[in-house]
Design a protein around this ligand. Structure first.
Ligand code: NAD
Length: 244
């Protein structure tokens, strides 16, 4: 179906994993899509690739301006770029906290700040932030990562309130463990990647990982006019983890 016909979307971290699947699904549904990424070299037509580092405000402003000029406006922002961190509060030093917070939280703020003047001009404006079950699950060995995603959840609710009367909806998705290059890299670092994958899958309530396409489906729903009365929500895409 063409429910995004005529709409323009921007996806950060759109060169890989969840962002890539989301950019491709938006394009398949009729949107014109720009991808912002540290490395957009693998981004193919019809997606438009722009190099940007979400920790660098000037780089974000320039890339958003260039993308909006090429797209001819902006209706949808998918704030998805993010990185992982492992350990307890005793394992990560201050500079690591600042580095991961800068990407996962302030990165979304910078992109939203650059995009909002354009989104306000749209009749179907939506922002979807990629959060995580880590925001509320109390996962072990994920203190820093969980704190960044807790901040993304709070940011989503606050932004939804701030921009409601401007016609800009703001929601987030909370994926469980999703089968992306990121998780692939973690598994590859294990002594026995296949055994590690099997163990990870067996810890999931559904016995399998969530696919990047399944997360993209939830993001695209929250970005689409089909969810026009939904703002300030977090949609779980976790294979039943929250409910079980
Ligand atoms: P991924 O590593 O496959 O893709 C992330 C993309 O973000 C990459 O293309 C990378 O280049 C880009 N990126 C990283 N830092 C950037 C920066 N400073 N500026 C611009 N781009 C940058 O990861 P993924 O698994 O697809 O994760 C995407 C999002 O989903 C992240 O926010 C992550 O926290 C979230 N998430 C992932 C999972 C999972 O299990 N994979 C679960 C919950 C939430």
């Amino acid at each position: 179906s063409a429910d995004f016909e005529g709409l323009k979307a921007l996806v950060t971290g759109g060169a890989s994993g969840i962002g890539r699947a989301t950019a491709e699904l938006l394009a398949a549904r009729g949107a014109r899509v720009a991808v912002l990424d540290l490395d957009p070299s693998t981004v193919d037509k019809p997606l438009l690739g722009f190099r940007a580092d979400v920790t660098d405000d000037a780089s974000v402003r320039e890339a958003v301006a260039a993308a909006v000029a090429d797209l001819g406006g902006l209706d949808v922002l998918i704030n998805n770029a993010g990185i992982g961190a492992q350990g307890t509060v005793e394992d990560n030093a201050d500079d690591e906290w600042h580095r991961v917070l800068d990407v996962n939280v302030v990165g979304m703020v910078r992109t939203a700040r650059a995009a909002l003047p354009h989104l306000r001009e749209s009749a179907h404006a939506a922002i979807v932030n990629t959060c995580s079950i880590a925001a509320t699950a109390g996962l072990p060995q994920r203190a820093l990562y969980s704190a960044t995603k807790g901040a993304v959840l709070s940011l989503t609710l606050a932004m939804a309130a701030d921009h409601l009367r401007e016609g800009v909806r703001v929601n987030c998705v909370n994926p469980g463990t999703a089968d992306t290059p990121w998780v692939g890299r973690l598994l590859d670092a294990a002594a026995d990647p296949a055994a590690e994958r099997a163990a990870l899958e067996s810890r999931q309530p559904s016995g399998r990982l969530v696919s990047a396409d399944e997360v993209a489906g939830a993001i695209v729903y929250l970005a689409s006019p089909l969810s026009g009365a939904t703002t300030g929500t977090a949609l779980a895409v976790d294979g039943g983890m929250q409910g079980l």
